[in-house]
Design a protein around this ligand. Structure first.
Ligand SMILES: [Zn+2]
Length: 197
């Protein structure tokens, strides 16, 4: 369940997006009315990539500062693209294509934990843009294949988290039931009680 993947430690980005592109946006959160960037260093970006099992996450080439700057640029770009597409506005592809073109990769045949063959992609170089390639590709895949009716932002007014609604009923409203769902229920309860005669 998505709620089980809410941030295990304070300060770690929640992995509740059910899509890599959504989890990318969710590295910025809102807390007590303030936007908080959970990527403060290149190491934060590398740790986030490692949690997501992204290939090359612990390769050491390139400075952490470059990785941080590139990751933030990609995230800002993705935020704009998702918002434009969601609003039905024209989507500019050039900047995302620059990130995609920097991702030179090679096919790699491996076995998964059950011994089945899996065809993977491996970055052919180690620079920051190549390391972030799978993330850029996930943003592109969202534009290609995503149903933007299911690309949603948490309905809680003090939350900016995004998710891809993969529930059967497509009625997911909250980043996590444990957090915003319960906050909403508690607020409704207080409201009902104060309205009571
Ligand atoms: Zn929320």
């Amino acid at each position: 369940m998505a709620t089980d993947r809410a941030a295990p430690h304070p300060g770690e980005p929640p992995l509740i997006g059910d899509h890599l592109a959504m989890d990318l946006l969710n590295t910025q959160v809102r807390s007590n009315g303030e936007d908080v960037d959970l990527w403060r260093t290149g190491e934060d970006v590398a740790a986030w990539m490692a949690r997501l099992g992204l290939d090359g996450a612990d390769s050491g080439v390139g400075t952490p500062e470059t990785l941080l700057a590139q990751a933030k640029a990609l995230r800002a770009l993705a935020r704009g693209l998702v918002a434009s597409r969601k609003a039905g506005e024209p989507v500019q592809l050039d900047a995302l294509n620059q990130h995609l073109h920097a991702y030179r990769s090679t096919p790699h045949l491996a076995r998964d934990v059950d011994g089945h063959f899996v065809l993977q992609r491996r970055a052919a170089n180690d620079d920051a843009e190549a390391r972030l390639g799978p993330v850029a590709e996930s943003v592109a895949s969202l534009l290609v294949e995503g149903d933007f009716a299911l690309v949603k932002q948490c309905e809680h007014p003090d939350c900016i988290l995004w998710f891809y609604d993969r529930t059967k009923s497509h009625k997911r409203r909250w980043c996590s039931m444990a957090q915003c769902g319960n906050r909403h229920k508690a607020a409704q309860f207080r409201k009902r009680n104060s309205d009571a005669p």
